[in-house]
Design a protein around this ligand. Structure first.
Ligand code: PMV
Length: 327
């Protein structure tokens, strides 16, 4: 086998991961729970390069552009982790296509590392369980662990956590409208941001305690398929994470004026009985609107009309990360 193509969906956390328990193993300091998306995907082809790893180096490209510098170093270190664990051997060429903007706070690292780990697993010398694969994806990016099972996935707090499926994609009665807001690539990456919050935000400890409480309550709400409870918890949890971020010094202020406009409109829609939807926001200005499947068209219509929303699209719950082709 020389070449493997795998695909994974991005996921949006309904209970957020922000903070690391251990940087070496990339174990999160908060438990998290997410919905995988079917339209925001990364498709990655991994090709074995012939020759000794001492002379030939791994190569990386995203959307047809060769990756160099820090981005390539991070991926090379990730392949080193697999080589050091004795799972793979030799150099590889990795080529990824994202169906959405990279590095702009739309969870591209989640789908990216989940697709890469899934493709690498096909080259593995020993069989990897789903649990181990999720743990390995987490080593690349914490949120990537949750894109391995797909659907609604939960990752508990532990020294070496993996995400597991809570509700399979086709049984989740909700979806999301992603309202993309005009933005530039992030100035501060998530690891640096999390460390800054830990070191300087006066609300960091309160955030960790809140996340743990919210996670427990969310597991109950999701299992009961109680949409209102899920939406209210998700929105409150996202706001609590952003409060911790904004209080970081220097401030991690990911929202802009359009983000706020969407939040105010959303509250108006709920109050007026126009539609029941809830917001959750990652480390960027985009707003992810959670709604019942039957309300997604209406939310799309409303969100697309808001000034400053560059693009809005419907995402249904996405499947687990999968191998598409082996050659
Ligand atoms: O997985 P990372 O390192 O990209 O961090 C993800 C952080 C958030 O997107 C803000 C929250 C989350 O749980 O996905």
């Amino acid at each position: 086998m020389q070449r493997v193509t795998a695909r994974a969906g991005a996921n949006i956390a309904l209970i957020k991961y922000w903070g690391k328990r251990d940087e070496g193993s990339n174990a999160p300091a908060t438990p998290s729970l997410s919905l995988t998306l079917d339209q925001l995907t990364t498709t990655t082809t991994v090709t074995r390069l012939s020759g000794a790893s001492q002379t030939i180096r791994d190569t990386f490209s995203i959307n047809g552009e060769t990756l160099s510098g820090k981005g390539a170093d991070r991926l090379r270190r990730y392949l080193d982790l697999w080589r050091n664990e004795g799972l793979i051997e030799g150099p590889f060429a990795v080529s990824s296509q994202n169906s959405f903007p990279t590095g702009a706070g739309l969870a591209s690292s989640a789908s990216g590392f989940a697709a890469l780990a899934t493709a690498l697993a096909a080259f593995s010398r020993k069989p990897l369980s789903k649990r181990l694969l999720s743990q390995l994806a987490r080593r690349g990016s914490g949120s990537a662990a949750r894109s391995i099972p797909g659907g609604i996935a939960a990752m508990p707090l532990s020294d070496d956590p993996a995400a597991r499926e809570i509700v399979p994609a086709d049984e989740v009665p909700w979806g999301m409208v992603i309202a993309e807001v005009e933005s530039t690539p992030k100035a501060i990456g998530s690891t640096e941001g999390m460390n800054l919050s830990r070191d300087t935000s006066p609300y960091y400890t309160a955030w960790l305690a809140t996340a743990r409480r919210d996670y427990k309550a969310m597991l109950g709400a999701v299992k009961a398929l109680d949409f209102t409870a899920v939406g209210e918890l998700a929105e409150a949890n996202s706001h609590a994470m952003h409060a911790c971020m904004v209080a970081t010094r220097p401030a991690l202020l990911y929202w802009n004026d359009v983000t706020l406009r969407v939040l105010h409109e959303l509250a108006r829609w709920r109050k007026a009985g126009t539609v029941e939807a809830y917001a959750t926001i990652d480390a960027g200005p985009h707003v992810c609107l959670l709604a019942r499947r039957e309300d997604l068209d209406r939310v799309l219509n409303l969100a697309s009309k808001l000034p400053g929303v560059a693009r809005a699209r419907i995402n249904l719950p996405g499947p687990p990360a999968t191998v598409l082709e082996v050659g």
